[in-house]
Design a protein around this ligand. Structure first.
Ligand code: G6P
Ligand code: MN
Length: 445
C-alpha cells in the first residue's frame, strides 16, 4: 500500500513515519513517497527517516520526488501537509495583522485568511491531479487552515478528502486524564470548526463525567485549557474550549503578548527550521539526533503566548501521538475496515444544525471501510452557533475570493471576520498582505 506525503520535506513527516514503523498489520503501508518542491528539505527528511528505520524489520520503503504527478500516481492514501509561501509567509501573515493592531496568528484571524487565500489555488490544483491520476485515493488533509482547505479540496474531490487536527484529541485526552480516566475508554462530545470548537461532554461507561471536571477548579488548573481560560470562565460557558479559542476569548491579551515578545511564532520557527535543515545538510549522519532535539524545542514552546511566562508544558502533552496517531488510525480504519470513532473535519451534512450541508465541520465521526460518517450533534448554544456560522461564512468567502480571484470578496472576508474590527482595517490588511506576500498579490494582480 502506497502512502504519498505532499510536503514530504516537512519537519513533522518523521512523526508519521515513526508511527508507520510500529504498524505490523498485514495490510499496511509498505511504500512512502515523499513529494516536496524543495530538494534540500526532501533530502534532509529522507535522511532522518533512514536512521529511524534502522533496526526495524521490513520498514516502509521511502522514495522522494519533485514531480507531483509522479508522487500521486499509485497512491492509496495521500497526506497533504504543505505550507504555501513557507514559514516566511507565516511571518508575514502574523506581522501585517499585528502592525494594524489585530491578531496575527498562523490559522486564526486575518493571518489564517491570508494563508488560506494563497493555499486554496495550490490545494485545488493538487486535488485536480489526484482526481485524474489517483481517483480512488483518500486524501488526508493536514494543510492549514485545515477546515477551509479541506472544504476547498472537497469542491474538487468530494468526500474522499478528510481534514485532521491533533487539538481536539489532545483536549479530550487532557480532560480524561484530569479525571483519572483512561482516554481510550471515553467518548468525546466535541463540536465546531477546525481550531474553533468546544468539548461539551465526556462519556465514560455511559455517563457524562465532564460536569465533574467543569465544576472543579483545582482539577481544571491541572490542564492547559484550565489555566488558559480560567476555571471561572469554563464554568460560565459550561464547556471546555479548544485552546485556539484563546484568541477569541482573550483577543486583546493575545495580541499584546505576541506584540510584546521579541519574535512571533513564525519568526522563531523560521530561524529554528532554517538552522535545522542547515545542520542536517552539514552533518547528515546526525540527522535523527538533530531532528529530535529540534522537535523537543518546538513542542516545548508551542503557543507560548497563551501560557504564563514560566509555565512548562505537561510531559504528557509533549509526548505527542496526536497528529500522527489520528492520521494512522484514520488510514487503518479505512484500509482495513476497522470500525472506530474519531474527531475529523468532514462535510457537515445534517450533523450540526444551523450550518450548511456542504460546510466542513470538526465533529466526532464513525469511520469504517467506507470512510467517515459524522455523528449527529446536540443543538448549539447561540453564542457558539453564531461564531461558527460567521467564521464558516468567512471561510467560504475566502475560498471564493481565491478561486474567482476577486479582491472585493477578499475584503469582504477580512471585514466580516469577528477578529477584524473595521471595514477600513480589512482593506489595509488585504493591501498589506498583497504587498508582503507575492502569492497573495499574484491572485489579484
Ligand atoms: C497544532 C495545530 C496545528 C498547527 C500547529 C502549530 O498542532 O493543530 O494545526 O499548525 O499546532 O504548531 P507550531 O509548532 O508550528 O507553532
Ligand atoms: Mn490543527
Amino acid at each position: 500500500m502506497q502512502l504519498t506525503i505532499l510536503g514530504g520535506g516537512g519537519f513533522r513527516v518523521p512523526l508519521v513515519y515513526g508511527a508507520l514503523l510500529t504498524d505490523r498489520h498485514e495490510h499496511r503501508v509498505d511504500e512512502v513517497v515523499l513529494y516536496d518542491t524543495d530538494p534540500g528539505r526532501l533530502h534532509a527528511i529522507a535522511r532522518v527517516l533512514q536512521e529511524m528505520a534502522a533496526g526495524f524489520e521490513a520498514p516502509p520503503r521511502v522514495r522522494t520526488t519533485l514531480d507531483l504527478d509522479d508522487a500521486v500516481t499509485g497512491a492509496e492514501f495521500v497526506f497533504s501537509a504543505i505550507r504555501v509561501g513557507g514559514l516566511q509567509g507565516r511571518t508575514c501573515d502574523e506581522r501585517v495583522a499585528l502592525d494594524f493592531g489585530v491578531l496575527g496568528q498562523e490559522t486564526t484571524g486575518p493571518g489564517g485568511l491570508a494563508y488560506g487565500l494563497r493555499t486554496v489555488p495550490v490545494a485545488r490544483h493538487i486535488a485536480g491531479r489526484i482526481a485524474e491520476l489517483a481517483p480512488h485515493a483518500w486524501v488526508i488533509n493536514f494543510t492549514n487552515p485545515a477546515g477551509l482547505i479541506t472544504q476547498a479540496m472537497q469542491q474538487v474531490l468530494g468526500e474522499r478528502v478528510v481534514g485532521i487536527c491533533d487539538s481536539p484529541i489532545g483536549l479530550g485526552r487532557r480532560a480524561a486524564r484530569a479525571l483519572e480516566l483512561d482516554p481510550d475508554r471515553t467518548a468525546l462530545d466535541y463540536v465546531g470548526l477546525n481550531h474553533l470548537g468546544w468539548l461539551r461532554g465526556l462519556r465514560h461507561d455511559g455517563r457524562d463525567v465532564l460536569p465533574e471536571l467543569l465544576g472543579d477548579a483545582a482539577l481544571l488548573e491541572g490542564i492547559e485549557e484550565g489555566r488558559l481560560f480560567g476555571a471561572d470562565w469554563i464554568a460560565t460557558i459550561a464547556a471546555l474550549p479548544n485552546e485556539y479559542l484563546y484568541y477569541y476569548y482573550f483577543t486583546r491579551e493575545a495580541i499584546a503578548r505576541i506584540r510584546g515578545s521579541a519574535q512571533t511564532r513564525g519568526e522563531f520557527l523560521l530561524d529554528q527550521q532554517e538552522a535545522f535543515y542547515a545542520a542536517v545538510a552539514a552533518d547528515p549522519d546526525s540527522a535523527l539526533a538533530i531532528w529530535r532535539r529540534t522537535r523537543a524545542e518546538r513542542d516545548a514552546t508551542y503557543m507560548k503566548e497563551a501560557r504564563a511566562l514560566d509555565e512548562a508544558r505537561d510531559a504528557v502533552d509533549l509526548e505527542g501521538g496526536g497528529y500522527e496517531g489520528v492520521a494512522l488510525a484514520l488510514m487503518a480504519a479505512i484500509a482495513r475496515g476497522e470500525r472506530t470513532a474519531m474527531i475529523l473535519n468532514v462535510r457537515n451534512g445534517a450533523a450540526v444544525q444551523g450550518l450548511p450541508a456542504e460546510a466542513v465541520v470538526e465533529v466526532p465521526c464513525a469511520v469504517d471501510g467506507a470512510g467517515p460518517t459524522p455523528l449527529a450533534t446536540r443543538p448549539l448554544e447561540g453564542h457558539m452557533l453564531g461564531l461558527l456560522q460567521q467564521v464558516k461564512h468567512v471561510e467560504v468567502l475566502t475560498i471564493r475570493a481565491a478561486t474567482e480571484r476577486d479582491a472585493r470578496v477578499a475584503v469582504e472576508a477580512f471585514a466580516l471576520h469577528p477578529l477584524v474590527d473595521s471595514v477600513d482595517t480589512a482593506r489595509v490588511l488585504l493591501a498589506g498582505y498583497r504587498e508582503r506576500i507575492p502569492q497573495v498579490d499574484a491572485l489579484f494582480a
